[in-house]
Write a protein that binds this ligand. Structure first.
Ligand SMILES: [Zn+2]
Ligand SMILES: [Zn+2]
Length: 369
């Protein structure tokens, strides 16, 4: 047993509770990770506000980096001291969907997600001897975390933890949309709708994939300016997006549109802005019961739509590549960090995320509040 400070969600809508937890020793196939940085993602906010159902009490946090502190029995391919980025998509490798190369749909992953414990159903976190759930098999808003070894992906030690953390969710999703999901050809015209952490990562992914023009769309001028810094060739207000896409392409529309805003109007806009035969990738989310209106005609003409939650991630393959791209100066992760905070300041970090003031706030463990 090891003890750790953690921020626990005990009741939706309430501030996270700062408490000390006890962690089970890593079991077979587990590793204990000393969390060094954890990003504040919209999915955590959905859990806090109750739009995403999570059994409580739970520890949130699914975008994190740290250092392996101990390994469980049978783990032969991880070592104490390795720097790791956490993946929230453990998968069995043996089910129908894993065989289809769609681990994000893994039967064991989806089947056990609602319980918010590991695949074996056993809790790893305890508070006052009562079990505490782990959001998305992680629960990284804690100084230590016990995860499946396969969810702790080693990365080069040279990458700072705050930057590395972002790889685990937002960066993987955005970069992956451009490099793993979309068939984005060199010289193509891409549009990214929404310039939060995922959208700015998609902008950078489009640059990595060799897009000729990258049109970044956001109503917020500061975010548009950041998109231009990160590789967008034009940054536009949503009201002008369709006209700009057409003007850039002899009237056709963008070859690829990546949606990362998570608003019904953005889904509709993506279909209007893409060219006939073009490709739309939807990354954002809206309320699960929401009806999303669009103009039927905008769907015609052989357009293809893909919804992706994790940018086609194969964490063991992609996290080290993304980390190396950051070290090589091909991806700017630091620019997406708008605030560094201590664990005790996490509620104000989520309030700022909700107000749209931050691209990414990152909890730095050991950071003086
Ligand atoms: Zn996330
Ligand atoms: Zn599977």
């Amino acid at each position: 047993m090891i003890r750790a400070r953690a921020a626990i969600l005990r009741r939706t809508g309430a501030p996270l509770s700062q408490e000390t937890i006890a962690l089970a020793d890593p079991g077979p196939g587990d590793v204990l990770v000393h969390i060094r940085a954890a990003g504040l993602c919209h999915t955590d906010l959905e859990a806090i506000e109750g739009q995403l159902a999570v059994p409580l009490p739970a520890i949130l946090g699914h975008e994190a980096a740290g250092e392996i502190a101990a390994i469980g029995p049978g783990v032969t391919d991880r070592a104490v001291g390795e720097h790791v980025v956490l993946s929230w998509n453990p998968h069995c490798g043996q089910c129908f969907y894993c065989d289809q190369d769609q681990p994000i749909l893994c039967a064991r992953y989806l089947g056990n997600a609602a319980a918010s414990y590991h695949f074996d159903g056993a809790p790893r976190f305890f508070c006052d001897e009562l079990p505490v759930h782990q959001l998305m098999y992680l629960g990284a808003f804690a100084e230590y975390c016990v995860v499946q070894a396969a969810c702790a992906i080693p990365i080069p030690r040279a990458l700072p933890f705050d930057q590395a953390a972002l790889i685990g969710c937002g960066v993987m999703t955005g970069v992956g949309a451009a490099t793993r999901i979309a068939a984005l050809r060199w010289g193509a015209t891409a549009m990214v709708i929404g310039c939060g952490a995922v959208g700015l990562s998609a902008v950078q992914g489009c640059r990595l994939a060799g897009a000729g023009r990258i049109l970044a769309v956001d109503p917020n001028p500061a975010r548009r300016a950041l998109a231009l810094r990160l590789g967008a060739t034009e940054a536009v207000d949503p009201a002008d997006a369709v006209a700009v896409a057409r003007a850039a392409t002899d009237g056709r529309g963008a070859d690829v549109v990546i949606e990362a805003a998570g608003a019904p109007a953005a889904f509709a806009l993506s279909l209007e802005a893409v060219r006939p035969g073009g490709e739309v990738v939807w990354l954002g989310k809206t309320a699960i019961g929401a009806e999303v209106p669009f103009r039927w005609g905008s769907l015609m003409q052989e357009k293809r739509i893909t919804r992706s939650s994790y940018g086609g991630a194969r964490p063991a393959r992609d996290f080290p590549l993304i980390a190396q791209a950051a070290l090589d100066g091909k991806l700017d992760l630091a620019a997406m960090i708008s605030a560094r905070l201590g664990l005790a300041e996490i509620d104000s970090g989520f309030a700022a995320l909700k107000r749209g003031e931050t691209v990414r706030g990152v909890v730095i463990f050991g950071h003086a509040a």
